[in-house]
Design a protein around this ligand. Structure first.
Ligand code: SAH
Length: 223
């Protein structure tokens, strides 16, 4: 999050945001609740001030600790696949910039989000919307472990490239719950998958487009 410059959401930003929403519609995003949330949340608040004017381009940008804020299209795509309903209990793996977290919170989900990079987690203490979104809780830890004490979850969203289906996360999903996971197909590309837990515990798999994410890594950093 931008610490140096004051956080101002100007007409310029609002205009750029409207254009971004139009672009996402053109690219095939149809969930009105997703589009409304993206139209509302100042993405430039989650980036360094150097990105102020380009924050609404449909691109990923670097944040701290060599990580990225996901491209808006990717955020919209994953959120749409999750079929978020108000009150859904959602576990997000990879807090990163807190932008995706904010989209989920704006849509009325109860969000539990985990980050393994201490440098990024430490920024969550200054979450710009902490007084607005009381439905968000931040955790420092390894997303492969999930949050067993708070399970089960209605939805699980993985925002980093997963080498395989994390078993412990699957166990923390409710029956009929959905997990959105970008699964490695090669070193540089992931297949977006929606996994639904059937009544008998087996998995219904649906495959979508290819994306490119930073890797989901084991363990957590010390600093
Ligand atoms: N949702 C974020 C995307 C950030 S990129 C956003 O909108 O900005 C992916 C994030 O996943 C990075 O911050 C990375 O540090 C984190 N990550 C990778 N492996 C992880 C793991 N095992 N547990 C928790 N976070 C992880």
């Amino acid at each position: 999050m931008n610490k140096s410059a004051p956080l101002v959401d100007a007409y310029l930003h609002k205009g750029l945001r409207e254009k971004l929403v139009l672009l996402l519609r053109e690219k095939g995003i149809t969930d009105e609740n997703v589009l409304t949330a993206i139209g509302k949340i100042p993405r430039h608040f989650f980036l360094d001030s150097a990105f102020d004017k380009i924050a609404y381009e449909d691109r990923a940008f670097p944040i701290a600790a060599d990580q990225t804020i996901s491209q808006p299209y990717t955020v919209a795509y994953q959120t749409q696949l999750l079929q978020i309903k108000k009150g859904d209990k959602v576990l997000e793996i990879g807090t990163g910039s807190m932008y995706q977290t904010s989209v989920l919170a704006e849509m009325g989900a109860q969000v539990f989000t985990i980050e393994r990079q201490k440098q990024l987690f430490d920024k969550t203490a200054k979450y710009v919307f902490k007084d607005l979104y009381l439905n968000v809780q931040f955790f420092f830890g390894d997303g492969f472990e999930g949050l067993p004490d708070l399970a089960p979850f209605d939805k699980i969203l993985i925002t980093a490239a997963a080498p395989h289906l994390p078993e412990k996360l699957w166990a923390q999903l409710k029956t009929s719950g959905k997990m959105i996971i970008p699964l490695d197909e090669s070193e540089t590309a992931q297949r977006m998958m929606r996994l639904t837990k059937k009544r008998d515990g087996s998995v219904k798999k649906e495959a979508f487009d290819q994306f490119s994410f930073v890797p989901m890594l084991q363990g957590k950093t010390q600093k």
